[in-house]
Write a protein that binds this ligand. Structure first.
Ligand SMILES: Cc1ncc(COP(=O)(O)O)c(C=O)c1O
Length: 390
């Protein structure tokens, strides 16, 4: 059976060039970067080279990059790190985030609330955009941090991040952004965006799982989550994952190098998907029509359950998801879809198709052949069919 992987926002295949770059660090050059001998120095050099590569791509200094285990850790490190730095001085304060953040930001904020921090969850419009006015209105004299994602993992909407950062900085407030979904898909230049902290995950960009990084602008005070041998300048102790770090740097380098050719190609395929799927009766695209990730198409197909759709498509070899991979096993409707104003029954009928390097025109044609058939079949057995006139 033909297989079409359209779940690249959940995770992506490790690129063969990335595998090749990582391989020697498993069994040949496996030294500990803290060891003084030649193999240790070799590992230390690989670590520094990777740091330089990542910094060049993000347009920052190598010392501003902290390697982590991925997006979840980077986001936790940014938010808790900024909060703990205040606790250490006997202060608490106010954090602003949005209602459509990834669970690892929302749950971190809720946990910080249980410690006595206050959090405002700013709303978004029907496209998933945070308005400059709502951010401005939410800032108080106690606000010390804003965390708003660059691009949303479910509906693909890209925020006007530069403008939002400017508002926070006008009030001397730190700004963190989760760029897990945007990096290598759209330009991410920390200097240009102006953020103080930015999170990246390797497995979303054809790199290995369990690797990521946090950009922390020089002069930003955050406390570490991990205490130990003082690795990563004391910010993240623990023997460095050299194969992972090398893989992350290579994945970023390949992604950035190919972005100018690859993203317009993928965007064209994505637009074909949008056109074809939107032609199905009682369906629509979610997220912003223009300010969206080139890889993302997210729909509602009214009267059917997104989970059933995903399983039926999987039976035909098309791999998609309803929304975020992390919450796909929960029966709750997506908080992102509720936040953009969809009623729960429509929020349950969602399908996310996210494209990547390996997708071809044939994949899209096959998906557009299978999708309407599956939607029609499911609607025939839909418990909501009484209200549905074919
Ligand atoms: C926007 C966003 N942030 C954070 C994460 C978590 O990243 P990781 O899987 O590397 O922990 C994800 C993963 O789905 C994501 O989409």
């Amino acid at each position: 059976m033909r297989q079409v992987y359209l779940d690249h926002s959940a995770t992506s295949a490790v690129d063969p060039r990335v595998v090749e770059a990582m391989m020697p660090f498993f069994d040949m050059r496996y030294g500990n970067a803290s060891s003084l001998h030649t193999m240790g120095q070799e590992a230390s050099r690989a670590l520094q080279d990777a740091r330089t590569t990542v910094a060049q791509i993000l347009n920052c200094h190598p010392e501003e990059i902290v390697f982590t285990s991925g997006g979840t850790e980077s986001n936790n490190a940014a938010l808790k790190g900024a909060a703990f730095a205040r606790l250490r001085k006997g202060e608490k304060g106010h954090i602003i985030t949005s209602t459509i953040e990834h669970d690892c930001v929302l749950n971190t904020c809720q946990w910080l609330e249980s410690l006595g921090f206050s959090v405002t969850y700013v709303p978004v419009d029907t496209y998933g955009l945070v308005s400059q006015e709502s951010l401005e209105d939410a800032i108080t004299k106690d606000t010390f941090l804003v965390s708003i994602m660059h691009a949303n993992n479910e509906i693909g909407t890209i925020q006007d991040i530069r403008e939002l950062v400017q508002i926070a900085h006008d009030h001397d407030v730190l700004f963190h952004t989760d760029a897990v979904q945007s990096v290598t898909k759209v330009p991410v230049d920390v200097h240009d965006i102006g953020v103080d902290m930015l999170s990246i995950s390797s497995h979303k960009i054809h790199g290995p799982k369990g690797a990521g990084c946090l950009y922390v602008k020089k002069g930003t005070t955050i406390d570490p989550l991990m205490h130990g041998g003082g690795h990563e300048k004391g910010f993240r102790s623990g023997t460095e994952n050299i194969p992972g770090v090398v893989g992350l740097a290579k994945a970023l380098a390949v992604g950035e190098e190919e972005r100018p050719r690859e993203m317009p190609r993928i965007e064209r395929l994505r637009d074909e998907l949008i056109e074809g799927a939107s032609a199905i009766e009682n369906s629509w695209l979610n997220g912003h029509p223009k300010k969206r990730l080139p890889i993302n198409a997210h729909f509602c197909f009214r009267f059917i359950e997104g989970e059933s759709l995903v399983l039926r498509l999987s039976g035909k070899g098309v791999y998609a998801s309803t929304g975020s991979a992390c919450s796909s096993k929960s029966l709750k409707p997506s908080h992102v879809l509720l936040a953009i104003g969809l009623p729960p029954e429509d929020a349950h009928s969602s399908l996310r198709l996210t494209l990547g390097r390996d997708n071809t025109e044939d994949d899209i044609q096959y998906t557009l052949k299978v999708l309407p058939e599956v939607v029609t079949d499911l609607r025939k057995i839909s418990p909501f069919k009484a209200s549905f006139q074919e």
